[in-house]
Design a protein around this ligand. Sequence first.
Ligand code: SAM
Length: 216
Amino acid sequence: MRLRNIPGADEVIRNCDWVIKEPADKKGKWNTVFGNENPIHIEVGMGKGQFITEMAKRNPQINYIGIERYTSVLLRAVQKREQLPTEEALPNLLYLCIDASELPEIFAKDEVAKIYLNFSDPWPKDRHARRRLPSKEFLARYDQILVPDGKVEFKTDNCGLFDFALEQREIAGWNLDGCTFDLHHDENMNEGNVMTEYEEKFSSMGNPIYKMIISR
Ligand code: SAM
């Protein structure tokens, strides 16, 4: 998703306290940023933030960090959050405006308990395969920041990207802890599912949603 450049988005994001600046300075110290020892879950390629906002509301005992590389997209998440009533202040939700390739510079080993990849960009050309967020190159980065039993959860409606992700996890030697080719009709895997913006859009068009859960 790349929204047209929104005038003023950079400045809003620069001045927003929920978006952590110079995040590499926080490496190994993220629990002090949240002020507690709760586990940290991140969503890589957050988009407009519907999924992670709802997760943060449902799970106050987990710290969430939404990662999005474009200020124009992150702006939408910040604007929606500003409209929440004060009692839903969500002290457990922060954002980073970075490219996911920087993750190992920002989080220390064992600092992240779970990584969500939701409807990641497919990068259909073969020569761009390493840019796909479930690629073995990205799995190696996730491995550098996850706790030993940490998990990556990936959802998409893109069959080719899902096949690629399954193949990449095998090449990279990750365990397949869960897999469905029709999430919304899979009672076990769908329990507690929170829909993303893309998930709502594509499932309403009748597309099945694929999901896998993997760990090292
Ligand atoms: N996760 C949301 C959803 O399911 O509705 C948004 C999906 S959208 C197709 C993918 C988002 O990931 C875009 O907003 C894009 O800017 C972001 N993104 C893609 N590659 C990224 C990267 N390497 N680092 C950070 N964000 C990325």
